[in-house]
Design a protein around this ligand. Structure first.
Ligand SMILES: [Zn+2]
Length: 264
């Protein structure tokens, strides 16, 4: 069986002495695992392929397998959209790794999700073009989360179903909470501004840069990561490294008290 598809490399697992199992996010086949034989050997052919499989590029892949269920062997791979700038910034690099982990966690073999692929590719393009990694994650993770079916509820209060004065977010409920309902529980709730609410409700794409201050970006990031962790049932390995690069203090409790936030 021959498979040709457009793909992003999500993960590389060493296999035996010289091979790799590559886990791709593909446009038409969902998550696809392919054996790249001899790829770790030296030599020019191996080195071209290693280059195509090493970064955050979009590639055209070709793989052959004996049957529908057998793992295919990579027979060709070419970069169709290179993204070479990402690795030169630590923040962009760790943000890109976070996107790939999210894609890996929520992709399924055989289940084509061109919308998710599009969001991830566009996000990587923006990172490569120098977009601010925290702002980009704040604006895009919600789009991804709702794409995989774990979106937050940002229109009605979790307590009274009211639509006014939505000033908190309950991570446990995955939903916004109004001022009167949330007031007795402020310790357990994340305060949100009107700007944050707008972004969480609209999930606009392409991302509307320039609306959020850094503290607001950090709040949406925390909410989005918490939603993903809840949906996936385990921590994201790439979350802490990203926070460390951007500055942990941004994400501490003090970092998101309402006094630090430009209220609008
Ligand atoms: Zn309420």
């Amino acid at each position: 069986m021959l498979v040709k598809d457009e793909a992003l490399v999500l993960r590389r697992t060493p296999f035996q002495e010289s091979s790799l199992v590559i886990h791709f996010l593909t446009k038409n086949n969902g998550l696809l695992s392919v054996m790249a034989r001899g790829i770790r050997k030296s030599g020019r052919k191996g080195s071209d392929r290693r280059g195509a499989l090493a970064g955050f590029h979009t590639v055209n892949l070709e793989s052959r397998s004996r049957s529908l269920v057998a793992m295919g062997t990579l027979t060709n791979v070419e970069i169709t959209k290179a993204r070479r700038t990402i690795p030169s910034s630590a923040a962009a690099l760790s943000a890109a790794q976070l996107y790939l982990e999210v894609a890996y966690r929520f992709s399924v073999a055989g289940d084509a999700r061109p919308d998710i692929m599009h969001t991830i590719e566009t996000s990587l393009d923006l990172l490569d073009a120098g977009a601010d990694p925290l702002e980009l994650l704040a604006l895009s993770l919600g789009v991804l989360i709702s794409g995989v079916g774990y979106g937050w509820q940002a229109f009605e209060c979790a307590g009274c179903r009211g639509v006014r004065q939505l000033t908190f977010f309950s991570i446990r409920r995955g939903q916004v909470v109004c001022q009167p309902c949330g007031q007795p529980y402020t310790e357990r709730l994340v305060p949100i501004t009107n700007n944050i609410l707008k972004i969480m409700q609209k999930l606009a794409w392409p991302p509307p840069f320039g609306l959020l201050c850094v503290a607001e970006q950090a709040i949406i990031y925390r909410i989005a990561i918490s939603s993903l962790v809840k949906a996936g049932g385990k921590m994201l390995m790439t979350d802490q490294p990203f926070r460390a690069v951007v500055g942990h203090d941004l994400f501490t409790k003090e970092g998101y008290t309402p006094t630090d936030i430009r209220l609008s």
